[in-house]
Design a protein around this ligand. Structure first.
Ligand code: FE
Ligand code: FE
Ligand code: ZN
Length: 305
């Protein structure tokens, strides 16, 4: 098995289904990928084409992408933390249940979820609401695992500290279906200093347990440690910096855990219009050779020209 499991966010569309996502991932020289099964900001979803799904599974087998490393990201408008609007909460719960079914149909085992925002109720109430909702969503013994994402602490986000994440995990009945997604931009913004990543990882292990780490999002951050902002930056161009991110990516204790880039697209003017292009092929190249590329933006533009 390859030690480095690296990929990026890719698109998923209805015409090509999972086949399109696999193709995109391979074009970046990835050996895994993450996608939303529809638009991230809404819950409109169409049915899954099983023929395309089987074709995609074949393509993955042939190209060395192990499907157990592939990740679905739940739409970020799902909010399990706020129960002020009961109808809305119920909608979130039902939608997430369906999303897990879709994920299962695709043969994928991990779904990343933002814990939610308490919107003024306070973290304790938010955590309680999340636990109650997740126990409904995860009531069946078997099925895809939900990876709770560590959040930056923007607004009233819950899950900004390892302790909050641990509290949620402890409340979940089916322990085999709950894990964590560590996001480097988010933990930086939440106040964890990646200058001493060993210490951060030790803390994660002490509070949550490394065996619960199911996925890692690799992003630089536009902001300083503790800024509570959540604005991703391309690798090496932000406040975390390339060397610290490389240390995370190649850390001995994190071998075999899927690592996913969610860095911003590069903009390019085309016929008077501003279009954006994915930087992932070039960023993954930087990662593989462990060398920062200061000309990333230009290389991306030239590649897509
Ligand atoms: Fe996320
Ligand atoms: Fe993330
Ligand atoms: Zn983010």
């Amino acid at each position: 098995m390859e030690d480095l499991i690296i990929g990026s966010h890719v698109s998923y569309n209805n015409t090509e289904g999972l086949v399109g996502s696999v193709k995109e991932a391979l074009s970046y020289n990835s050996n895994t990928f993450m996608f939303y099964t529809g638009a991230p900001q809404n819950t409109i979803r169409s049915s899954i084409d099983m023929e395309l799904t089987h074709l995609a599974h074949k393509a993955m087998e042939e190209s060395g992408i192990d499907i157990k490393n592939v990740i679905v990201h739940a739409p970020y408008i799902i909010n399990l933390a706020n129960n002020k609007d009961e109808e809305k909460l119920e909608f979130s719960i039902n939608f997430l249940k369906q999303e897990l079914k879709r994920t299962e149909m695709l043969g994928i085992n991990k779904v990343v979820l933002h814990p939610g925002s308490h919107v003024g109720l306070g973290s304790d109430a938010g955590i309680k609401n999340i636990i109650n909702a997740l126990n409904i969503v995860l009531e069946e013994k078997e099925g895809p695992i939900i990876c709770l994402e560590t959040m930056a602490g923007k607004g009233t986000e819950v899950g900004t500290t390892f302790e909050e994440i641990k509290e949620i995990i402890d409340g979940i009945k089916n322990q085999n279906r709950i894990m964590v997604c560590l996001d480097t931009c988010h933990i930086n913004d939440a106040g964890y200093d990646l200058s001493d990543f060993d210490k951060v990882l030790e803390e994660f292990d002490a509070v949550i347990g490394l065996e619960k780490l199911g996925c890692i999002h690799i992003n630089d951050s536009k902001n300083a440690v503790g800024a509570h902002k959540d604005r991703h930056e391309n690798l090496g161009f932000g406040e975390i910096g390339f060397d610290k991110l490389i240390k995370v990516i190649y850390h001995d204790k994190l071998k075999g855990i899927p690592k996913i880039l969610e860095t911003p697209y590069i903009s390019m003017e085309e016929g008077g219009k501003d279009r954006t292009y994915p930087p992932y092929k070039q960023e993954i190249e930087m990662i593989r050779v462990k060398k920062f590329n200061p000309n990333l933006a230009n290389d991306v533009r030239n590649y897509f020209k």
